[in-house]
Design a protein around this ligand. Structure first.
Ligand SMILES: [Mg+2]
Length: 207
């Protein structure tokens, strides 16, 4: 069955969060350090925040309710103004036919500022920032399929997180591609696994 669209994740799929994380999250890290109501080292918390949605990090590191709320308040107004560079293989996605969608979870202003500073707005037919309190990636994927009349097997979902976009796509029977830049994840985590976007076209055209 020929494919019609690819749904992309943003963080750690289109660019590495670690390249901007210290600057992006500076006010958040400062508040966590000052407050101290958590049960792990700052280093572990910093790493977790660059990889995982904040609410999950707050839970798993036993942030107090006060610190969790403070962290949310800070991030709700972060508007990143510096240049962000995509992964070097990102331009490869433009050689793939079909529609491109971008679906990312996080704080709306922050996520949209990153997309703007990456200069990728026009690369996508639709861009969705998912607020996990209101909806989910699964709901947004299902809505895209419904509105465009795509069958699950006509779409690919690609991302770096087996527990986020990959799980959401699996729940809808959409084939998945794990973008595993440093080849550190289980090959069985998704339908396909790639380390470079040049590998994606072949999957798109021949699966
Ligand atoms: Mg990601």
């Amino acid at each position: 069955m020929s494919k019609k669209a690819i749904i992309y994740d943003l963080d750690n799929t289109i660019y590495p969060v670690s390249s901007i994380g210290d600057k992006l999250f500076a006010p958040l890290f400062e508040a966590i350090e000052k407050n101290g109501q958590h049960n792990d080292s700052m280093d572990a918390i910093r790493k977790a925040i660059m990889r995982t949605p904040f609410r999950l990090v707050a839970q798993s590191h036993n942030f107090s309710e006060e610190l969790t709320q403070k962290g949310i308040d800070i991030q709700e107004i972060i508007d990143y103004k510096d240049e962000i560079n995509t992964f070097e293989d990102y331009p490869e996605i433009k050689n793939i036919p079909g529609e491109r969608f971008l679906v990312t979870t996080g704080f709306n202003t922050m996520q949209r500022s990153k997309i703007r500073q990456l200069g990728i707005t026009d690369d996508f037919k639709e861009i969705h920032v998912v607020n996990p309190v209101e909806t989910s990636k699964k709901e947004v994927f299902a809505d895209i399929l419904k509105r465009y009349g795509y069958k699950p097997e006509e779409v690919l979902v690609i991302g770096d997180d087996p527990e986020s976009e990959i799980a959401a796509a699996k729940a809808l029977n959409i084939p998945t591609v794990l973008y595993d830049k440093h080849n550190e994840q289980d090959a069985n985590a998704a339908t396909y696994k790639i380390t470079h976007f040049a590998e994606l076209k072949d999957i798109y055209l021949n699966s």
